[in-house]
Design a protein around this ligand. Sequence first.
Ligand code: EPS
Length: 381
Amino acid sequence: MRILTAGESHGEYESVIIEGFPKGVKINLGLINSELKRRMSGFGRGKRMAIENDTASIVSGIRAGESLGSPITILVKNKDAKIFSQKNDKLSKLTVPRPSHADLTGALKYGDIDVRNMLERSSARETVARVCAGSICKQFLKTFDVAIASFTVGVGSVCDNTKPKNVSDIIRMTKKSLINCLDKKREKIMVEEIKTAEKNKDTLGGISEIWLENVPFGIGSFMHYDRRLDAKLAGYLMGIPAVKGVEIGLGFDYARQFGSKAHDSIYYSKSAERGFYRKTNNSGGIEGGMSNGEVIVARIAMKPIATLPRPLESVDLKNNKPHSAIVERSDTCAIVACGVIAESMAAIAVVESFLEKFGCDSLEEITDNYKSYLLRARNLS
Ligand code: EPS
């Protein structure tokens, strides 16, 4: 499966093509749209979210609600379209790059002092397209009972250390949260932190945790570095705009422990659903680059939004003189959206490795392969 997105933040459409998606998967447009709504949500989003009403149109690859195996194309119209392929938009040049954004290096790399030509594509708006692809992948995974959810662990320096038991716990506990947080009290403090940032014309980042439940063991491989599921997952999560750190399982905390305390001992019970099981999950569901059947747990750190309402020092590319950075409309904190996007990227990563293992032509064939694999693995001895 290959995924290609296209679209500028203020172009006419965001779009995605998903090639190599199997035939015979039921696809519900309503579910794509509800994921798009989730991506727009969360306390701290900016005015753009009040303008847009992200809605997907599927224009190829699905017939009567079922995938054909042909490339799936999805379009989402930008209501706030300002740039057009054949019409002069008369927007003035933006020549003072924002620190920590793609503006300066993009201008130097592509040889253009109008940083609008960089920010249009580097904007996190593009993640609309990824969420559409992510929803398609989630719908595929759902047929194998794989459930995915995310929750906010931190906003700025405010943390919530609540640990859920499973994905349904996450969905239930975050349902009414403004910030997709498990704990009501911590949620309040997080919201206050965002309000303070907004009042101070500042921005905030955060930490989100992503859970994937019921991914069968053996997805990904240790046979080569680029087939390792953790490598793929980390790369895809790191590919989300503003993400600067990814951890799987204990992550950096692993390095601070003795092996005797850190590793997940193996148990077997005939009556256990999967036979082999572990009582702990410090490896975050991935060992040796393969899913091990436990819940896959990943954490992402998002830096504060780079567009500051009270701009930082920068340099005008017109004359190389000091100038405060451009101020573009933006969000104060987008950690909830980042979690939703991370769910999508994780779903895409797992589906790619899943199809490598079980085949990729039709759901029927994949299901047969999946069932016989599980059966064979249970009778190993
Ligand atoms: C975003 C749309 C953008 C930003 C934000 C995410 O819209 P606009 O630039 O028109 O306000 O709100 O983009 C960024 C954080 C960024 O760094 O570019 C969206 O749809 O998520």
